[in-house]
Design a protein around this ligand. Structure first.
Ligand code: CP
Ligand code: NVA
Length: 304
């Protein structure tokens, strides 16, 4: 199924490849024993320039469940590029490992890693994209909606890496994806343009709006932090700007939303209330679980 060599952004995949990954992720979830030796004898370096709970743990445990071995590298030896160049980092690791998972500040670092690596590079979050998150999100939605192309997904809050992956992946899947963000926090214009072009090809729709009332009629609402990692702005200082975009019970009722997603970490009572996060419409912890299954589908596709 896999004829892709790396996963830096969902825009690099075809609709068939994304649907194939989602199908495989569902199989791995229901029949894990069938995949228990898929990565036997293989080692994956997971490299983190930023903090992580879900991504770090799901790759580590996920690789273990596929029979492989994960090597975690953080910044204890200094930031990547300081002790030795990113090029040399890649040129060394590629001689030992079978794949490199990397969470980095800049997308450019991933491009350099890819240029100097003979093994797959998997983006586990950068400034522009979070493709592993997007795959887990589409898997989670597909557990409740049999045809993803009929789903209307509204992302609410700060236009960021997660928004971009939802727009690009959703466009390829033929979904309607709205990014409802305050003025000055819209998603990147070039990514929006790319997503709109992909949506046109696949019969999807991309909407960008700053009006929270435009959320009416969407099936799924999605939240993320108002300040992403790498941005030092204190969260409380942006509260006034974003509070109208909070996902709370009133919003859910007024708009008739069915399901709620949030990539986490969540700031309860800021971008989402506990009432909604822990309520019956929340798929947030299924979504966190699916990080592991979706990533394992990527690893199986790239490495077996
Ligand atoms: N959603 C997500 O990527 O979580 P972590 O930052 O904890 O890995
Ligand atoms: N947009 C967030 C996602 C965290 C998983 C960030 O980049 O910090």
């Amino acid at each position: 199924m896999s004829d892709f060599k790396h996963l830096l952004s969902l825009q690099e995949l075809t609709q068939e490849q994304i649907l194939g990954l989602l199908e495989l992720a569902a199989k791995i979830k229901t029949s894990p024993a069938d995949y228990g030796q898929t990565l036997a004898g293989k080692s994956v370096v997971t490299l983190f320039e930023k903090p992580s709970l879900r991504t770090r743990v799901t790759f580590d445990i996920g690789i273990n469940r596929l029979g492989g071995h994960a090597v975690y590298l953080d910044q204890q030896n200094g930031a990547m590029g300081e002790r030795e160049s990113v090029k040399d980092f890649a040129s060394n690791i590629t001689r030992w490992a079978d794949a490199i998972v990397a969470r980095v500040f800049s997308h450019k670092t991933l491009l350099t890693l890819r240029e100097h690596s003979s093994v797959p590079i998997i983006n586990s979050l950068c400034d522009l994209y979070h493709p592993c998150q997007g795959l887990a999100d589409f898997q989670t939605i597909s557990e409740h909606y049999s045809d993803l192309s009929k789903v209307k997904l509204a992302y609410v809050g700060d236009g960021n890496n997660v928004t971009h992956s939802l727009m690009l992946g959703g466009a390829i899947l033929g979904m309607e994806v709205a990014a409802i963000c305050p003025l000055g926090s819209s998603p990147d214009a070039q990514v929006v343009q790319k997503a709109q072009a992909l949506a046109k090809i696949h019969g999807g729709k991309i909407v960008v709006s700053d009006k929270i009332e435009d959320i009416k009629g969407y099936d799924v609402v999605y939240g993320d932090t108002w300040v992403s990692m790498g941005d030092d702005t204190p969260l409380q200082s942006v509260k006034d700007k974003f509070i109208a975009y909070q996902i709370n019970q009133d919003l859910m009722q007024q708009c008739g939303i069915n399901h709620v997603l949030h990539c986490q970490p969540a700031h309860r009572e800021l971008e989402i209330t506990s009432e909604v996060m822990d309520g019956p419409q929340s798929l947030i912890f299924d979504q966190a679980e699916n990080r592991m299954h979706a990533q394992n589908a990527v690893l199986v596709s790239l490495l077996s």
